[in-house]
Design a protein around this ligand. Structure first.
Ligand code: SF4
Length: 443
C-alpha cells in the first residue's frame, strides 16, 4: 500500500554546512525572478548564516501574510539544500505519490507552492479543491522521462493500439506523466501507478485479461513484468521516443517482432527512461557487493541491474531502508544523487555507511552518480521570488499550475486546456488515480 501521509525527512540543516545549491546562469531566470537571483548571487558565501537571513526576509513576510493557508512542499530528489530549507519553513518533503495528495488532504491550504518538477505540481492540481491554487517555483523544472512522453508523442501510438485491440487495451500511467496521460489511462479503464504499486496495478489489469500499454518508463515496466514473473517475450518495448520524436507509426519495421509480437504481448512499454537511473550497471552492483555492501536500487534502473541487486523499491522503500539499517550497516544505493547525499548525512548520524552505487572510487570504472538536474532548477532565489511575488499579488501566471497544462521545459512555452476540456481531463485523470488507490488499498 502506498504511504498515505506526509513524513518528515528528518533532514537537518547543519549551521555551518554551506548551502551548495548550484548557481544557475542569470539568463535562466524568468524576468520577474532575476532581481532575487541577482541578490542571491551577490551574497558573499553560501553559508546558512548568510543565506538564511536573506531568505527569511522574503519567506517570513509571505508566511505572515498567508498564515495557515500557505503550504510549501518539495520532493526528496531536490538538489542543493532546498529540501532542508522547505522543511525549515514548516513545509513538507515527500515522494511524488504523497505530494499528489497534499491539496486534497489539506483543504485549509489555499496556496500551495511546490519546489519539484512540473508533473508533480500538476498531480497536486488534479486532486486540488476548486479554491486551492498550485504554484511551481520554476515551471521549467521538468522530468526528462516525462519529456519523452508528452501527450502529442504518446496519443497517436495509443490510438493505433486502441484501434487494433479495442477494449482489451488499458493504459497504465506511471505517476511520472503529465495529467493528459493520466486522463488517457482513465479513459481506457486503466489506472495510474507508482514505483511501489506498479506490480499490483499491472496484475489487476492482467487478471482482467487486459493487454497493458505501460507509459512512460520502459525500465519500470520491465521490472514490473519481472516481479510478476511474466514471460519476457510477451513484454514488448517500443523504440526510444527520441528517434522520430512524436512520429512513431506502429508497423512491421518500427516494432521489434512487428505486429505478431504486439499481438502476443501482455505488456507494451513506451520507450522513455530516466537518464539518472539508467547510469547503473551490473558491474557497479558487483563492485560494492564485493566490499560487503548491501545494494538497493530504484526500479527505474535497468532490469539487469535490479536482477543482481539485493533489493529494489520506491524512494520511500529506500529511505525506510536507510532509517531502519542497524548501526554498522553498509548500503550502496542506486537512485538519484541528492537523495543519496541526504541519506548519507542521515546514515552518518546513526552509524550507517551509505554510498551512491555509481560513485566508484576506481578510475577504471569512469563512473559517477548524478542528481536530477531538471528538478534542481528550483533554487533559493526561485523560492524567495515565488513567495514574495505571491505576497505582493504579482506572481507570474507562468508559475501557476492548472491540471492539463503542458509545458515545454526547454522554452517554457505552455499549452493550457480550455475550461471544458480541463474539466473532462480532470474527471478522467481522477478516475485513474482513484482506481490506483482502490487497487492498492484492496485487501
Ligand atoms: S530523477 Fe528521473 S524520473 Fe525522477 S524526476 Fe528526475 S528525470 Fe524524472
Amino acid at each position: 500500500m502506498p504511504p498515505t501521509s506526509l513524513q518528515s525527512s528528518g533532514i537537518v540543516l547543519q549551521p555551518e554546512l554551506p548551502i551548495c545549491q548550484t548557481d544557475l546562469p542569470l539568463d535562466w531566470y524568468q524576468a520577474e525572478f532575476k532581481p532575487y537571483a541577482e541578490e542571491y548571487l551577490a551574497l558573499p558565501d553560501r553559508k546558512p548564516s548568510t543565506v538564511l537571513p536573506w531568505l527569511d526576509s522574503y519567506v517570513k513576510p509571505a508566511q505572515t501574510h498567508f498564515g495557515d493557508a500557505l503550504m510549501l512542499v518539495a520532493h526528496f530528489y531536490m538538489g542543493g539544500e532546498i529540501v532542508k530549507l522547505v522543511e525549515r519553513y514548516g513545509g513538507s518533503v515527500a515522494d511524488s505519490y504523497q505530494l499528489a495528495l497534499q491539496a486534497a488532504r489539506h483543504p485549509e491550504k489555499k496556496v500551495i507552492v511546490e519546489s519539484a518538477v512540473h508533473f508533480m505540481a500538476e498531480a497536486i492540481a488534479i486532486l486540488a479543491h476548486a479554491d486551492q491554487q498550485v504554484w511551481i517555483t520554476n515551471p521549467k523544472a521538468g522530468c526528462t522521462m516525462e519529456m519523452l512522453a508528452k501527450d502529442w508523442m504518446v496519443l497517436p501510438t495509443a490510438e493505433q493500439l486502441i484501434e487494433r485491440y479495442g477494449d482489451e487495451l488499458v493504459v497504465v500511467a506511471y505517476m511520472n506523466t503529465g495529467g493528459r496521460l493520466k486522463a488517457l489511462a482513465g479513459r481506457t479503464g486503466g489506472a495510474v501507478c507508482t514505483s511501489s504499486n506498479a506490480h499490483k496495478v499491472v496484475k489487476w489489469a492482467l487478471d482482467r485479461k487486459k493487454k497493458v500499454f505501460f507509459v512512460p518508463d520502459q525500465h519500470l515496466g520491465r521490472n514490473t513484468a519481472r516481479k510478476l514473473g511474466l514471460d519476457p517475450t510477451r513484454v514488448v518495448a517500443l523504440p526510444d521516443p527520441q528517434i522520430g520524436r512524436g512520429a512513431l507509426k506502429l508497423d512491421e519495421r518500427s516494432v521489434a517482432g512487428g505486429f505478431a509480437a504486439l499481438d502476443r504481448a501482455q505488456m507494451i512499454l513506451w520507450g522513455a527512461f530516466c537518464g539518472v537511473h539508467t547510469v547503473f550497471e551490473p558491474r557497479h552492483v558487483q563492485y560494492w557487493k564485493d566490499r560487503g555492501y548491501t545494494v538497493l536500487v530504484h526500479p527505474e534502473s535497468k532490469v539487469e541491474v535490479v536482477e543482481v541487486a539485493d533489493g529494489e523499491g520506491s524512494t520511500n522503500f529506500l529511505w525506510d531502508a536507510v532509517m531502519k539499517a542497524p548501526r554498522g550497516a553498509k548500503l550502496a544505493i542506486g537512485t538519484e544523487g541528492h537523495f543519496v547525499r541526504n541519506a548519507r548525512e542521515q546514515g552518518k548520524q546513526r552509524g550507517v555507511e551509505i554510498v551512491h552505487l555509481a560513485d566508484i572510487p576506481d578510475p577504471a570504472y569512469r563512473s559517477m552518480g548524478c542528481g536530477c538536474a531538471t528538478m534542481s532548477r528550483n533554487d533559493p532565489p526561485h523560492l524567495a521570488g515565488m513567495l514574495d511575488l505571491l505576497r505582493k499579488g504579482v506572481a507570474p501566471d507562468a508559475n501557476r499550475v492548472l491540471a492539463g497544462d503542458m509545458v515545454d521545459e526547454t522554452t517554457g512555452v505552455r499549452d493550457r486546456l480550455d475550461e471544458s476540456d480541463r474539466a473532462a481531463m480532470i474527471a478522467d485523470a481522477r478516475a485513474s488515480l482513484e482506481r490506483m488507490i482502490a487497487i492498492t488499498e484492496a485487501k
